[in-house]
Design a protein around this ligand. Structure first.
Ligand SMILES: [Zn+2]
Length: 185
């Protein structure tokens, strides 16, 4: 039997916990030629991205008969399952990349786009602005406790956002309320 047809002893390690969750024999033909580029595997109902492969190429693991992959679960975030830390979003994910510190962009209130916003901790569409701001401020405190790269600021009442986190809790240029922490993605 040639070593080309030999099965590979595949071990999948959950990178978050370090535990082995799959150990099985697999024909090399079903595995990618190389893990040097970002690879995502679909297992069960979840997508997993390969953070480390040992060894990295099919030539190597075909020869050694062993492949260990460290995987990280790809969290798919839907607006419904997301635990909200802000009331508004921008239209596109990369909106912040073309903005300077003096540029303001219009944001969209999330509660207009989802059913039963109250169940997700969002204000009702008809809540008054004091109530909206109170909820937004509480959510922002939560977000302020976590360092998140590229966060900016927004006003949940005027629906404007800015990339400069240095403006956090300084007065909104339109209404004077303290600006709150805002994530762009
Ligand atoms: Zn404002």
């Amino acid at each position: 039997m040639s070593w080309f047809s030999r099965k590979i002893n595949l071990t999948l390690v959950d990178d978050a916990t370090g535990s082995v969750f799959v150990s099985s024999m697999m024909p090399p033909g079903e595995l990618p030629d190389s893990f040097r580029i970002n690879t995502t595997l679909h297992l069960g109902d979840d997508d997993w991205s390969v953070v480390q492969a040992e060894p990295e190429t099919k030539a190597e693991f075909t020869k050694s008969g062993k492949l260990v992959l460290r995987l990280r679960k790809v969290e798919t975030v839907s607006p419904k399952s997301l635990s909200f830390t802000q009331l508004d979003i921008t239209e596109r994910f990369d909106d912040n990349q073309r903005l300077g510190v003096d540029d303001w962009i219009t944001t969209q209130p999330l509660n207009a786009t989802i059913e039963n916003p109250k169940a997700s901790g969002l204000p009702q569409c008809d809540d008054d602005s004091e109530e909206v701001y109170r909820i937004a401020s509480t959510l922002s405190e939560l977000r302020e406790s976590i360092p998140i790269p590229n966060d900016g600021v927004y006003c949940p009442i005027c629906h404007i956002a800015n990339v400069d986190l240095g403006k956090l809790r300084t007065p909104c240029p339109k209404c004077g309320r303290g600006l709150l922490k805002f994530g762009w993605t």
